[in-house]
Design a protein around this ligand. Structure first.
Ligand code: NAP
Length: 541
């Protein structure tokens, strides 16, 4: 082992679910952990995304950390999908109960992380100029955390508040104000119905229509809570074995294409109970077979139309059948989004087919046909997913190249947790990991990382080098799986899942589409086989 002394064994960036999970698993492995977060509070996504209506789209009882059975019993969710404040409170509860605060330093932005080849350690620099060393550097920065600011002419000229939805100004008063929202993805779908109740007016500028699934919120009853808490092992096992990391009862052992059409409709109708459940608990082929996907898409479109009372709005809000497959873009869950457009103070502008935005002016937004005056403009324009936060800082590997340089054309990794040329570095839900219920994936990744470090150190090694061949093989596998799925049309609809929402950026496969369950198995196989993707060695200090 190296005699080189470092300030910490591990330095982690981010105090969201990943940071908290890492504190638990790394501490359990006997390692010292220091978490830095630029935010003023813990929570990651749930501290940054404070827009009105922000809430989880996973049901709360499995959108949580599962390492402590005691905590699972102790915490009570108030409703099916907790609002951001509740999830945020839950994260404080975990940090308090598990005495995690001594490991966390807030208001500390990491600006660079540089691998020191001669010592096999990482040098971390923060915005205040301080430097820290560690043996292992880990990103827990989150896969949807780097906001995209659109390149719209005049964006800096607006005189009122203009901000990204993930940077909500504290205390912003929008009561009675004229609000413009650019973008109509999952964020806007949550935000609009809440804001419309108090704002003077809300105008949404939509480009691509979405398949909107109803959330069907409901309170947590004592009976439901008891059922969950009596069966938490089963809930955890379901998540671990589910294609989307969720506690769903699937696969169901039935395909839509093999079922008579009438029966398909009946099953669709009977299971229209909200959440993504509908997609996974009706048939097993909705995301795998084009015909089945069309059946599901058509059903959703018809359900959307039932809720829209204006034919013009219907045309703009509903995707056309065959326009793109269900889930090639992540479908939003809604809480009264479609109904909000019936209000007199809500306006929808079709900037794809009717009147593109020309510029943002001092007073509002100018399209090809109209001039809209606003007091506030919100950019709900999404995120540079998976790689954005990592590329935003200088992370320099063994050869001297930065991660951002390495990922210029493709964003390769080993299972989303390691990157060749970046020894002793790990990423939680990095590129080419699956997109799934995030706490499930985060915990699976955190366990893999702590097992890896423990195994290596127990063998007397201090250097873990990701193999280029393993990275090439994983990336080839990710690409192979992707072309076989219906999701390979994501770049045609600007899906962030392909990085296709980023201007002047080559689309790439950012997600492992082979299923979270398969992926978790692969992580376990890697542990059992002694981490064949990595080379463990010893650098004498
Ligand atoms: P998003 O789904 O990527 O939506 C961004 C929206 O902005 C899209 O309508 C997009 O149009 C539009 N847009 C982007 N650039 C634009 C431009 N230059 N001009 C006009 N419109 C532009 O982003 P999001 O709504 O923030 O959601 C991102 C992801 O975050 C979700 O898919 C979800 O996974 C996660 N999220 C989760 C929750 C939750 O679970 N509770 C809530 C919110 C978000 P196009 O579609 O045409 O590109």
């Amino acid at each position: 082992m190296s005699n080189n002394k470092t300030d910490f064994d591990t330095i982690v960036i981010g105090s969201g679910f990943a940071g908290l999970a890492l504190i638990h698993y790394l501490r359990e492995a006997g390692l010292s952990v220091q978490v830095f977060d630029k935010a003023a509070d813990i929570g990651g996504t749930w501290t940054w995304n404070r827009y009105p209506g922000a809430m989880t789209d996973s049901e709360g009882y499995y959108y949580c950390l599962t390492f402590s059975k005691e905590l699972l019993q102790k915490w009570t969710w108030s409703q099916r999908y907790p609002a951001w404040e509740e999830t945020h409170r839950y994260m404080h509860f975990v940090a308090d109960e598990c005495d995690m605060w001594p490991h966390i330093q807030l208001n500390t932005e990491v600006t660079s992380a540089e691998y020191q080849k001669d010592k096999a350690i990482w040098l971390i620099t923060t915005a205040d100029g301080k430097q820290y060393t560690c043996k292992y550097f880990i990103s827990g920065m989150g896969m949807i955390s780097d906001p995209v600011i659109p390149n719209i002419k005049g964006i800096d000229s607006f005189k009122g508040p203009l901000f990204h939805s993930a940077r909500w100004p504290e205390g912003l008063d929008y009561k009675g104000k004229r609000v413009g929202i650019i973008g109509a993805g999952a964020t806007t779908v949550q935000m609009l119905p809440v804001m419309a109740k108090e704002a003077g007016s809300v105008t949404v500028f939509q480009r691509t229509p979405n398949f909107i699934l109803p959330a069907m919120q409901k309170p947590m009853t004592p009976e439901w809570e008891k059922e969950i808490k009596d069966n938490y092992d089963d809930v955890i096992a379901k998540c671990r074995n589910h294609v989307f990391g969720m506690a769903f009862d699937s696969p169901v052992g039935r395909n839509a294409v093999d079922t008579p059409a009438e029966e398909v409709q009946k099953i669709f109708e009977e299971n229209w109970n909200g959440s993504f459940r509908w997609v996974f608990e009706t048939f097993d082929d909705l995301l795998a077979d084009a015909k089945a996907n069309d059946m599901a898409s058509e059903f959703i479109i018809n359900k959307m139309k039932e809720r829209i009372d204006d034919p013009e709005l219907e045309k703009i809000l509903c995707p056309e059948l065959g326009e793109y497959p269900l889930f090639a873009k992540r479908p939003p869950l809604d809480h009264g989004y479609l109904e909000a457009y019936s209000r007199d103070n809500v306006n929808l502008v079709d900037i794809r087919n009717k009147e593109p935005i020309v510029e943002i002016t001092e007073t509002g937004v100018r399209t090809t046909d109209n001039e809209f005056e606003f007091d506030i403009i919100i950019l709900a324009t999404g995120f540079r997913a998976y790689t954005g936060s990592l590329e935003a800082l200088t992370i320099r590997g063994e050869s001297g190249q930065t991660l951002s340089e390495k990922w210029d054309k493709t964003s390769k990794s080993i299972m989303g947790v390691c990157v060749a040329d970046f020894p002793n570095m790990f990423t939680i839900t990095g590129p080419q990991a699956p997109f799934a219920n995030l706490p499930t994936s985060i915990e699976q990744n955190a366990m893999w990382v702590s097992d890896c470090i423990k195994t290596m150190e127990n063998q007397g090694h201090n250097l873990c080098t990701p193999k280029q061949q393993a990275e090439d093989e994983w990336s080839a596998h990710v690409a192979d799986v992707h072309v076989q799925t219906l999701m390979n049309q994501g770049d045609s609809v600007n899906s962030w899942m392909m990085g296709a929402n980023i201007e002047n950026h080559e689309p790439r496969v950012l997600i492992y589409f082979g299923g979270a369950d398969v992926y978790y198995d692969k992580l376990r196989e890697s542990v059992d086989a002694g981490f064949p993707e990595l080379e463990f060695s010893t650098l004498a200090g």
